[in-house]
Design a protein around this ligand. Structure first.
Ligand SMILES: Cc1cc2nc3c(=O)[nH]c(=O)nc-3n(C[C@H](O)[C@H](O)[C@H](O)COP(=O)(O)O)c2cc1C
Length: 215
């Protein structure tokens, strides 16, 4: 970016985004301060989600024994077993999103107007998701948004990360002792401090990526 008239906040955010890259190997000796880990989880908590349902639960794993099991479940990716912490972003399965489910009831009761108002708008969209067969991909997609928030927060704290989609879901569910009837894994997020040269960021020029389009 060459603009100079941008606010301090925007510069800091941009710097974090530019700093973040897919780290393939962390320094296994460096631990993440507890406060920083909490801030990263807080960034996930603040992420937006469809209908505000917060489809996710974040599981944090730090012991070498657990990381070694994840390493096997992730096709031997080095950033898994060298991570200081691994966040598994799990999301609930289709039955949780039924308009009459306990999950939808408890989440929606927090909103102005409560369940009655919420369900009026939600039911039609849920119906559309069911008919289009996209309810599971819809739920998984929510976890990606939380992951982006967490990776940006991590980068702003000088902590490296890598989004990981390459895993055997059955194996990950088994490590986390989550029943397949209730949970899916949206994404894994190893965190730590890089132990490798930083790779150049390769991106298309912005002008190739957007088009003004009005009728
Ligand atoms: C959804 C998603 C899944 C990814 N899965 C993996 C993975 O399993 N293993 C890996 O090494 N990198 C993975 N990556 C990292 C990408 O390869 C990387 O973000 C991309 O090449 C751009 O590079 P950068 O993040 O360094 O800018 C994943 C990234 C995303 C967004």
């Amino acid at each position: 970016m060459t603009e100079i008239n941008i606010s301090y906040e925007a510069q800091a955010l941009l710097a974090a985004m530019e700093r973040r890259y897919a780290c393939k190997r962390f320094d296994p000796k460096k631990k993440i301060p507890e406060q920083d880990l909490r801030l990263i989880l807080e960034a996930g908590r603040l992420a937006p989600s469809s209908f505000g349902l917060e489809h996710w639960h974040f599981f944090v794993s730090r012991s070498q024994k657990t990381l070694d099991r994840f390493y096997d479940a992730c096709f031997a990716q080095e950033n898994i077993r060298t991570a200081a912490a691994l966040i598994s972003i799990a999301v609930r399965t289709a039955s949780s999103y039924h308009p009459e489910s306990d999950f939808v009831r408890s989440r929606s009761e927090r909103f102005p107007g409560g369940y009655a108002v919420f369900i009026d708008e939600y039911r039609g969209y849920w119906d559309f998701l069911v008919k289009s067969g996209t309810i599971e991909s819809w739920a998984r997609a929510q976890g990606y948004i939380a992951a982006t928030h967490m990776m940006t927060m991590a980068a702003s704290l000088g902590i490296d990360s890598c989004a990981i989609e390459g895993y055997n879901e059955e194996a990950v569910l088994s490590i986390l002792e989550l029943p397949r009837s209730d949970w899916r894994i949206s994404l894994l997020l190893p965190l730590g401090y890089r132990d490798e040269p930083v790779r150049e960021k390769i991106r298309m020029p912005l002008d190739n990526l957007f088009t003004e389009k009005d009728l």
